[in-house]
Design a protein. Structure first.
Length: 54
């Protein structure tokens, strides 16, 4: 999932450099949402792993 966030971030940067503001904004928004979902799932996985260990 982190891979998709990085891909959308790269798309946003390239689109911004080429002057496509709308596409860059949309791609950056999608990358941000995917990154937050990744962080939440990572935290849940880490907590469940720590709870299972003890």
């Amino acid at each position: 999932m982190l891979r998709y966030a990085i891909i959308f971030l790269v798309i946003a940067v390239v689109a911004a450099l080429l002057g496509f503001g709308g596409i860059a904004g949309a791609s950056a928004g999608i990358a941000k949402i995917i990154f937050y979902i990744f962080l939440i799932l990572f935290a849940i996985g880490l907590i469940s792993h720590l709870m299972r260990r003890t």
